[in-house]
Design a protein around this ligand. Structure first.
Ligand code: SAT
Ligand code: MN
Length: 593
């Protein structure tokens, strides 16, 4: 931690100086990423009542944070792509002209750090020695944000060293300022490699390396440089014979990415090991053998707490045992924590996420549905040994998944790359608590990237199509759905560890070991090729959860029209044609009965 700049990078010094002139902090502190610094910042945060220590015997190095109750999730309606033209941002993003955005936010930043400390957080997204990695500098007025960044990215001297005298860096200006929803904006300037975020301290809005750099700015860079920046977990699967494979999987926020990335296989899969490379973001480039190689740009997990327990995700529970931060979960006066979906029932009394007394039996939730843990990846007992490999890991399969109570079967394999891109482009999901102010129901969420594509969505889909020409050895593409419900509104598939059964089939297919059955909308497993022994499922339910119902698919494909119209004239023609072909075939099959 230093109050004089530990760098001679002229452009960086100039930018920090300009930022300080605008925000007028009392003190500037540069982070070095040391253990001593983390301790000191934590003590400062406790003294300022930003953090509350948990019981240090039970939760060593763990602290609690209540956010402002008005600031608990991403704010898509206030998230803006600031490109010279509206067309570059496209129909799915909010847009502001760069000059207007700089002026509007500049007025809010003006003097907003008076009386406060400005933390300068140099960070690397990606393994420190990887050519894939990117350096960012986040300037923030929030010690809570600085401490989260220390967990989520590689922070401090390591980043300044990588930057050298004149390296390229993302300029991220963040201020919680007065945390007013009326003065809250998350603005991205892809052409300037700049992010301006104000008025929120929440993860996806404030930890600028995550959604803002690794996905929104990242996707823009990826299109220009010929790679993919995606909202995907990366997992490693080792079979009992020692075969190691990697898959990348996209699910919208709060649909179980962290659980899938840390899955424990069921008993009948004795000898299988699942390890985590990443739980939220994948940067993928063409590498050796013409395969797609992925790195996880992050260094920690910012996971949804409710529903996480020793049964659903023991590796996550182990990951949060020490040196972790908890935001908006429930706590006890004695420094313990609890949330809905914990292993045991709620204690008689809690302090709820707003800081109010809570009694067992209350109809209010004790933890916020989007309450989070921030945990160092190195705490995960199932971490892959490849997380710091500069080359990344070779991807055998890409999986797209949504939260759908009907229509989408447990697993569906794409016929080819274009069909796979179509599957990703038309992914739908029922809304969750990870973002505020969304209409209930199915929203189309291409590649789970709707809130994160930093440019025009149709152009993004074209980029996906174009990648085929760059990947000599492409992964196979799948769609999965763990969330199908029966006639009584009950989930049919047990999910969690049992998702291994689906993953095993995907790996068998990816390695060319089993055949599949072709349906009109994609390939599905033959019953003998998917191991359902020991799963809590009647044969009838097993059939239903994997069923392709053509009447439902006709409705599904018809309903995609509205989404395609929204995408407008940059929607790639091959994607529109995919839909036409599928719809024609489904209609004629239904006519024939
Ligand atoms: O809230 S975050 O954007 O950080 C996490 C998520 O929604 O995926
Ligand atoms: Mn996410």
């Amino acid at each position: 931690m230093a109050t004089t700049a530990p760098t001679t990078h002229a452009a960086l010094l100039r930018w920090v100086d300009e930022t300080a002139k605008l925000t007028k902090p009392d003190r500037i502190v540069w982070l070095d990423g040391s253990e001593a610094e983390r301790k000191r910042l934590t003590e400062e945060a406790v003294a300022a009542k930003v953090l509350i220590p948990l019981d240090q015997k039970k939760w060593p190095g763990c602290y609690y944070h209540h956010s402002n109750p008005n600031d608990v999730a991403r704010v898509e309606h206030l998230t803006v792509i600031c490109t010279p033209t509206r067309e570059e941002a496209g129909p799915t993003n909010n847009w502001m002209a760069p000059a207007d955005a700089y002026a509007k936010l500049g007025a809010i930043y003006d003097g907003c750090m008076k009386g406060r400390t400005m933390y300068v957080v140099p960070y690397i997204m990606g393994p420190p020695t990887s050519p894939f990695s990117k350096v960012g500098i986040e300037v923030t007025d929030s010690v809570y944000v600085a401490l989260n960044m220390i967990i989520m990215a590689r922070v401090g001297t390591v980043a300044l060293e990588r930057l050298g005298q004149d390296g390229e860096f993302n300029k991220g200006l963040h201020a919680v300022a007065d945390c007013s929803p009326d003065r809250r904006w998350i603005c991205h300037f892809p052409q300037d490699n700049t992010i301006w975020s104000v008025g929120s301290g929440y993860g996806g809005n404030a930890l600028l390396g995550k959604k803002c750099l690794a996905l929104r700015i990242g996707s823009y860079l990826a299109k220009n440089e010929g790679w993919l920046a995606e909202h995907m977990l990366i997992l490693e699967a080792e079979s009992p014979t020692g075969e190691v494979s990697y898959v990348a999987a996209a699910f919208p926020s709060a649909c179980g990415k962290t659980n899938f990335a840390m899955m424990i296989p069921p008993k009948t899969f004795d000898g299988w090991k699942i390890r985590t490379v990443g739980d939220d973001i994948a940067w993928m480039r063409v590498g050796e053998n013409g395969q797609l190689w992925a790195v996880n740009p992050e260094n920690g997990y910012f996971g949804v707490a409710p529903g996480t327990n020793r049964k659903t995700n023991p590796n996550a529970m182990d990951s949060v045992r020490k040196d972790s931060l908890f935001t908006n979960v429930a706590r006890t006066a004695g420094g313990d924590i609890w949330w809905e979906g914990w292993d045991t029932e709620a204690p008689a009394e809690l302090i709820d996420w707003k800081g109010a007394a809570w009694k067992k039996g209350s109809t209010e939730k004790a933890a916020h549905p989007n309450s989070r843990f921030t945990a160092p990846a190195s705490n995960n007992p199932a971490i892959s040994s490849k997380v710091n490999d500069p080359a990344g890991v070779p991807i055998s399969a890409i999986i797209f998944g949504g939260r759908r109570s009907t229509t989408v079967p447990l697993v569906l394999e794409a016929f080819n790359w274009t069909h796979g891109v179509f599957m990703g482009a038309t992914m739908g999901s029922e809304t969750t608590a990870a973002a505020v102010g969304l209409k209930e129901g199915v929203r189309r969420d291409p590649m789970a990237m709707l809130p994160f594509i930093g440019y025009d969505a149709g152009t993004y889909l074209q980029h996906w199509l174009d990648m085929q020409g760059r990947i000599p050895n492409p992964p196979k593409v799948y769609m999965v759905n763990w969330f199908r419900k029966d006639g009584n509104g009950k989930f049919m598939w047990p999910g969690y560890g049992d998702n291994m059964r689906v993953l095993k089939w995907i790996l068998d297919r990816a390695h060319g070991r089993v055949t599949a059955k072709e349906t009109l909308v994609g390939n599905v497993p033959r019953p003998e090729d998917i191991n359902l022994s020991g799963v809590d499922l009647t044969p009838e339910a097993a059939r239903k959860v994997m069923d392709v119902d053509l009447a439902e698919w006709e409705t599904e494909l018809e309903s995609q029209q509205e989404w395609f119209e929204k995408l407008g004239k940059t929607l790639p023609r091959p994607i529109a044609l995919q839909r036409d072909i599928l719809l024609e075939r489904v209609r004629s099959a239904r006519k024939q009965g």
